[in-house]
Design a protein around this ligand. Structure first.
Ligand SMILES: Nc1ncnc2c1ncn2[C@@H]1O[C@H](COP(=O)(O)OP(=O)(O)OP(=O)(O)O)[C@@H](O)[C@H]1O
Ligand SMILES: O=C(O)C1=C[C@@H](O)[C@@H](O)[C@H](O)C1
Ligand SMILES: [Mg+2]
Length: 171
């Protein structure tokens, strides 16, 4: 297996965390998640960080962990949905590993993110509009750094991971 560092990018609800765990298992690599690492280091959850430090405070913390975690060997790294907004993050991801863009349609993003309330950017009264606006800005940025794009709409997380496994083995 040539690829020892896989970075998963994509919008909230694309399945980066869920699919990433299956993928890591299948590849025999470790799994890590920038959101979880930010929370671990801060000792607080993401809604708390946004409340107290604002989005920029969160982005600063995220940038620090991206800089470090993109050097970790033998790891599938799930990123936060907004990781691509900072150019330095995009550069680290693009240069240091194999980037997979997990794509999901707006409808699926809405459906999947409705279940939980841990995404502060969706706490307003129009989460669908927010997701649409974010995708308009971020979809080109995900594509800019992606080595591979995979659609997640019609497959379970396990099946997406299996499809990816096959494609990465050939990469
Ligand atoms: N392919 C899929 N089919 C059905 N449900 C899915 C799929 N992928 C993920 N989900 C579900 O959608 C929800 C969000 O998934 P997950 O937390 O993995 O997304 P994420 O990309 O990590 O989002 P975030 O950017 O907020 O961290 C979870 O409940 C998960 O089980
Ligand atoms: O899309 C985003 O900007 C975010 C996605 C989540 O993964 C978290 O990183 C946070 O809620 C922000
Ligand atoms: Mg996640």
């Amino acid at each position: 297996m040539a690829v020892r560092r896989v970075f998963l990018v994509g919008p909230m609800g694309a399945g980066k965390t869920t699919i990433g765990k299956f993928l890591a298992q299948g590849l025999g690599l470790g799994f890590a998640d920038t959101d979880a690492e930010v929370e671990r280091r801060t000792g607080a959850d993401i809604p708390w960080i946004f409340d107290v430090e604002g989005e920029e405070g969160f982005r600063d913390r995220e940038a620090q962990v991206v800089q470090e975690m993109t050097t970790w060997e033998d790891t599938v790294l799930a990123t936060g949905g907004g990781v691509v907004v900072r150019e330095a993050n995009r550069q680290f991801l693009a240069e240091r590993g194999f980037v997979v863009y997990l794509h999901a349609t707006l409808e699926e993003q809405v459906r999947r993110t409705r279940k939980t309330s841990n995404r502060p950017l969706l706490h307003g009264n129009d989460p669908e509009g927010t997701l649409r606006d974010l995708m308009a800005v971020r979809d080109p940025l995900y594509r800019e750094i992606a080595d591979h794009v995979i659609d997640t709409d019609d497959s379970s997380p396990k099946t997406v991971a299996q499809r990816l496994l096959k494609e990465l083995r050939d990469a």
